[in-house]
Design a protein around this ligand. Structure first.
Ligand SMILES: [Zn+2]
Ligand SMILES: [Zn+2]
Length: 702
């Protein structure tokens, strides 16, 4: 049997579909390696038995330890195995799970905190040619009253893919069931069972869990807000004021029965101590800043609301370097994976030295858009150089692990050709053109015909309107139509991506205090050659009149396209005698009554600027509430010279709720009463990014 230097057996997972037809996610064991770099071995079926043997290209595989292979083997469908493997932080934590560790699993659509009771083997007996699957036997964690009053139903066997979170505090305090490389088969804590029959609830054990305050406080924290030592929290004081601070200690103070938190407040409060509570000291801080309250009185600091994922320094597990070797691109993050993979502190692209224009633009383009990803995949990727850095150090990393360190971005910036890109704040549109044209060699996204002349190429479209042409709070739909019609422009082709710049000039001037970012954009009326409806009677339109556009008797602001009958009728009116409607290009041989196909695009990101800082909103899926907010410099650790920026991604479904209202309601809304993120999206938009709807819908996982 083939063994590597440490004498371990060599397991692998197929990461790229091979010519021999092994599907991605197949797990196997290599018995030998040919001189040409092919692995000879076998793959395991779902039951763990050897299914077929043969050869697979080593470069199409990724090496696994036996323990990893066993954990992944219990995951189905096989495509889920790779998703889990690519979620590096989570998978590393799952591989190290031990008895009594606290995890959160997805159980019957709910998220449920559980304690690991056992790592169990399932399936056929361990014999040559068989790899036993590993899964987890878990104990449901309930509130104190639940456990004392009723028995809980036994939980089924869980695979590694059911675990969505591992409590970090527990990882440090316990020894894993196995040592890092080898599997702890000989250790007695691993039980060997072949059926579910052995799983019963154990009330006595659960009571003992409750007495362990460390565990119960963590359970509380996980099932409520994930508050732990180091979390930023807020407490409402007796006089109704909110105070903020960092949790420095969690436990049961002498003389108390439940879990308390010791906070170091941001500001001194006369009644607070320097860390003592009654006569005991649980931590030390300066002055009168230590406040002790029951943990249940603490809430996460609402000024930085995110799912806490405290990483003191961006330390990545060593497996990252190995995974970087994978030859396969990571697809955009699917809607259902965004919250678990992306949301939190130290997530997204880490900002550094005026990089926010670039961080926010890259995040907008690459996180979730499938249409943009198609172009990206078709673009040339040279083995070396800047496009390689972009693909491997930034895009794949962002999608796989949710975090890109500042060093990767700086490496990329330094290769952008002009030194100022690495040091100065730039305009996103300048960067986008450079990125698409010179880095990725993508054809211009837009072909725009002006006055019937030949079409011009462009990567973005700058909206140009006059203030009185649209409503006081216009939508992007209105602005784009007005911008096109008033300059007599038409899209020559239906674009797959459309990047629209709002009518504002950098940081200094914005024409509209608020703009509604239309989530759907209908470009039928500004698409050359596509059949359009008569504004009045709905038949095929043949004329367009720019002067009619602002006619107050005719729904001002709406595009006016007419069939030839209505065109004549409308322009009989004396006030419209001077109008000069022009003929539209109508497709040949179109049946009179053919239904008119609408061409729609979907919003996938909005770049915003507030004073001189760029941030990004991403609409990451069709669900109305699928919105996240990204700021590459949301927080900072350390001082200006020695610190680093903490990028943060927040989930903001409230943005979706707000923009599901009618435009009428939105334009009347009092911004000072809206949530901060709603206000920013409404008032600070700089660039809206759209993709073609049908491309978004046909997205399939690889
Ligand atoms: Zn008509
Ligand atoms: Zn007219």
């Amino acid at each position: 049997m083939e063994r590597n230097e440490e004498g371990q057996e060599c397991y692998f997972i197929v990461v790229k579909r091979s010519k021999k037809g092994l599907s991605r996610g197949s797990i196997g064991r290599a018995d030998a390696e040919t001189a040409a770099g092919d692995l000879i071995g076998m793959v395991y079926g779902r039951g763990g038995g050897a299914r077929s043997s043969g050869m697979v290209k080593k470069q199409d595989t990724y090496p696994l330890t036996r323990h990893q292979a066993q954990l992944l083997l219990s995951v189905s469908p096989t495509s889920r195995r790779l998703e889990l493997l690519y979620n590096i932080q989570l998978f590393t934590a799952i591989c190290a799970l031990a008895q009594d560790d606290l995890v959160v699993v997805k159980h019957k659509k709910d998220l449920q905190p559980c304690l690991v009771k056992n790592v169990i083997q399932l399936g056929k007996k361990d014999k040559p040619g068989v790899l036993q699957k590993l899964g987890f036997e878990l104990d449901l964690v309930e509130t104190e009253r639940d456990i004392l009053s009723k028995k809980s139903a036994p939980l089924p066997f869980f695979s590694a893919a059911d675990i969505v979170q591992v409590a970090p505090s527990h990882l440090n305090t316990r020894q894993p069931l196995r040592d890092s490389g080898d599997l702890g088969l000989k250790q007695k804590t691993v039980s060997h069972i072949n059926s579910m029959a052995g799983l019963n609830s154990h009330n006595s054990e659960k009571q003992s869990i409750l007495l362990n305050t460390d565990v119960s406080s963590s359970i509380h924290a996980l099932s409520h807000y994930s508050l732990e030592v180091g979390s930023m929290a807020e407490v409402i004081s007796l006089n109704g004021q909110t105070v903020y601070g960092v949790i420095r200690w969690i436990g049961v103070p002498e003389g108390k029965k439940n879990c308390w938190a010791g906070l170091e407040l941001d500001n001194e409060v006369a009644t607070c101590s320097d860390g003592t509570f009654d006569t005991k000291r649980y931590f030390t801080c300066e002055g009168s800043k230590a406040l002790y309250v029951p943990l249940t009185n603490c809430k996460p600091d609402s000024r930085f609301l995110f799912i806490p994922n405290e990483i003191p320094k961006p330390v990545e597990p060593p497996s990252v370097t190995l995974l970087e070797d994978l030859t396969e691109d990571v697809p955009p993050v699917a809607e259902q994976d965004v919250l678990s993979r992306l949301v939190g502190r130290m997530k997204g692209i880490q900002g550094h030295f005026n990089s926010c224009y670039l961080d926010a633009t890259l995040f907008s383009l690459f996180t979730s858009s499938t249409a943009f990803n198609r172009m990206f995949n078709r673009s040339a990727d040279t083995e070396e150089g800047i496009s390689h850095i972009l693909r491997w150090d930034i895009v794949n990393r962002l999608r796989r692990s949710g975090f890109v360190p500042a060093e990767s971005v700086m490496k990329f910036r330094k290769q952008l050709g002009c030194k100022s890109f690495a040091t100065e704040e730039k305009d996103p549109e300048e960067f986008i053109t450079l990125l698409l044209k010179h880095v990725l060699h993508i054809e211009p996204l837009l072909k725009i015909r002006s006055h019937g002349d030949s079409a011009q190429d462009a990567y973005t479209h700058q909206i140009i309107v006059e203030k009185n042409q649209v409503r006081a709070v216009p939508s992007v739909q209105q602005l784009l139509e007005m911008s096109f019609v008033s300059s007599n422009l038409k899209f020559e082709e239906n674009p797959s991506c459309l990047i629209v710049q709002m009518p504002r000039f950098g940081k200094k001037f914005k024409m509209f205090p608020k703009i509604i970012p239309s989530t759907e954009l209908d470009i039928t009326d500004i698409l050359n050659c596509s059949p359009k409806e008569c504004f009045l009677c709905g038949h095929l339109a043949e004329y367009e009149c720019v002067q009619c556009l602002t006619d107050h008797k005719l729904q001002p602001g709406k595009i006016k396209q007419y069939c030839s009958t209505c065109n004549t009728q409308v322009h009989i009116h004396p006030s419209r005698k001077e109008h000069t409607p022009h003929k539209l290009t109508v497709p040949d041989h179109l049946p009179e009554d053919a239904p008119i196909q609408r061409h729609q695009m979907q919003l996938f990101a909005v770049l915003c600027i507030d004073t001189s800082h760029y941030v990004s909103f991403v609409k990451y899926g069709p669900n109305q509430r699928s919105w996240i907010f990204f700021d590459s410099m949301a927080d900072r650790c350390g001082d200006d010279n020695n610190g680093y920026n903490v990028p943060v991604i927040r989930s903001c479904p409230e943005v979706g709720d707000f923009f599901s209202q009618s435009e009428e309601e939105i334009s009347k809304a009092d911004v000072s009463q809206c949530s901060e993120l709603v206000r920013r999206l409404l008032c600070d938009s700089y660039m809206c990014l759209y993709q073609r709807t049908e491309l978004a819908e046909t997205f399939v996982m690889c």
